[in-house]
Design a protein around this ligand. Sequence first.
Ligand code: COA
Length: 382
Amino acid sequence: MKIGIHDLEVATTHYVLDLDTLAERHGIDPKKFSIGLGQDAFSMPAPDEDIVTMAAEAADTLLARHDVSKIRQVLFATESSVDQSKAAGVYLHELLGLPANVRSVELKQACYSGTAALQMAVNAIARTPEEQILVITSDVARYALETGGEPTQGAGAVAMLITANPNLVEIEPGSGFHTSDVNDFWRPNDSTTPYVDGQLSLDAYLTATTAAWDDLAARRDLSIDDVDKFLHHQPFTKMARKQLAALAEHTGHELSDELIEESMSYNRALGNTYTASLYFALTAQLHNNENLAGKRLGFFSYGSGAVAEFFTGMVQENYRDHIYPEHVAKQLGNRVELTYDEYRTLHSDFAATSETYTTQPTTHAPFRLSGVTEFQRRYEAQ
Ligand code: COA
């Protein structure tokens, strides 16, 4: 039985900052961002947006095409959680009218946990193939101002429906894993921005993903040449090029950039979307490539700290009939461009507080955060 990604939808934020704007004000050559990091811009949430509003929008568009009564679980992966206790997916039940007889839980391991959610869903459906599972990856990547990480901020969500006999990608059994305790990137409970050792995070990423490939290669009869396209977690898109080069050196196989070229267009424009980044790479590859039917995708998932997984999926025959590139184009095109001063104010005004406040309606998205009362986050449809 085939099990995998049946359908997916994405969402991002109201605002965008062009990296040329940041480069100009910081006196940096814009090519450092566009070529050196492979990034053009990053999404930034309005005060009435967060991981829940983006997730709700992506899931709402997705579920409009499906029978919600078949959904049995909502697995919400994020590393920019809005509550230490309540799972972000529980808010979606009210906003989207999900049935009560659905399990809802949140998963965390930096940028990796969306993959854990996907694999948990695939395994659950192997036992009960008539059921469907909603997997959501949603994150806001906020780095401190005037740090190395500042140009690699971003925000976005990908909602995926995991089922038997999927329309898009069958996830093949057998993953390679690698876990090592490394402090390359972390965010303590009392900090709204992460601590990052940038160079260490690049090294840890390469070490862990290469080791995950080795683990898979030892368990499956699979050559690197059996993979038709590679997809990566892209904290910035240049990272995918670095990983492919390291993999080529490690395996002794020639791996051209054509194996990843189509996977980077959305992340270049969105910035780092943490858990969602790998699945934006998947979305871009499916949207940008007309000849993927029957082809094998290799997924490199990485979350600092650090956990990596390499797994594979087969693109289904009629996948082009089930993709909606125009929805992504609309999400990207509708964003309102920030001036540098507006960006700085928005960044500085962000506060993770449970004190009462009301947000001004800003976003045009279908769901918004109206504020906090009685220490509770309040969301509304609009
Ligand atoms: N034109 C073209 N390329 C240029 C350039 C220019 N004018 N100026 C610099 N570059 C290149 C550099 O050569 C480098 O490329 P390379 O790595 O291929 O050699 C790249 O731009 C970045 O330059 P660097 O000096 O390393 O930038 P930095 O010190 O500002 O840090 C990161 C870059 C990625 C380490 C930093 O942005 C960061 O920490 N980001 C967060 C990473 C993260 O989130 N990690 C956790 C998840 S994996």
